[in-house]
Design a binder for this molecule. Sequence first.
Ligand code: PGA
Ligand code: ZN
Length: 421
Amino acid sequence: MTVRFSSMSAIEILDSRSRPTLRVQGTLPDGRTVRAGVPSGASTGAREAVELRDHDVSRYSGQGVQQAVAHVNGPIAEALTGRSFSSLDQVDDTLRALDGTANKSRLGANAIVGASIAAAQAFALEAEQSLWRWLTPDGVIPRLPVPHFNVVNGGMHAANELDFQEFMIAPIGAPSLPEAIRAGVEVYQRLRALLAERGFETGLGDEGGFAPEIARPEDVLALLVQAIEDAGYTTGRDGVAIALDPASSEFHRDGRYLVGGESLSSEDMIDRYAEMIDKFPVWSIEDGLGETDTAGWQKLTQTLGERVQLVGDDNFVTNPGLIAEAVAAGIGNAALIKVNQVGTVSETLEALRVCRESRYAAMISHRSGETDDTFIADLAVGSGCGQLKSGAPARGERVAKYNRLLEIAASGPAHPFGLAD
Ligand code: PGA
Ligand code: ZN
């Protein structure tokens, strides 16, 4: 089976934060089309593949992506059309060679990832398979993931005083995907009422979670527990658990962590997390320490790695080589997976393979700037990793992913649901 594009092109569209991004469209010889909307992060890791912005301050405050669009319409289209590709690896190798840099900064990871996602879809079409099925590696059982709903937003994703970026509810104990979605919504609605009753604002952050003026992470955790219980669910892994993404690189300065007005060492942070785990049903902590705090991460993993999932995001940046190094160094026990962080679908699949072989868990993730593209829902199912974070169960670009999961769940065959074994 081969893929041949008769054309490939891009236009500048808007993401959910009203910043320009790309939509890439490919056409197959029989006229069928595939498209990809490119996401964009705000709290990015230093070693992420580089998103190309125009830096022309007269347009969109310099955030335009006309150069990246021109790279798709020019060199990328030229390299990908009019020839047959026998694998996605071959497409992605072509894109990488054309770019020629280690971090995809010449053509732009935003241009490259759009072309790569469109190519993956083209392969699925030619194989007459659902995208999730085509993305399932040999020997992996597709699985409907536990949705991780980001219901309280802070950090770079909201203008409030909360330093921790994400407070997620994870209905791990739900009997099925639809019931997990329902639990997420019912807790989210209950949380809105609770915040209003207590006089907090119920405005939303970038990922659709509430953004109340609360400084102490523990105060948010207490509210979440209340909302889960009020909605009629048990807290913890048998019911609805909590996952955190403090995104602590963002408040890590000169070796100290600045949280809620306090200045903490790595050890203080680890103690603080240990207390949170004792007191609240926290099951997963992402970027608990900063991306440069290697010794801190090792200590964190030794201290808490048996009790909770410790997810590397800013430090791993979906890079298979960096994940393998982290495994060898005893850092974390899970990786966050974002396609645009590494820049191609095949490198993303390789990162997932490294996780499986190292017995690291993996969580597929959206970005804070999103479009209506639902590729990551299919990737979450096909990878069998059992976890997806796509923001709150609110706002079109977030619910698009959850709705795609519901569609896959309803389409049969019956997939297992829940965390991977
Ligand atoms: P970003 O944040 O998409 O703004 O980079 C998401 C995350 O830190 O997981
Ligand atoms: Zn993160």
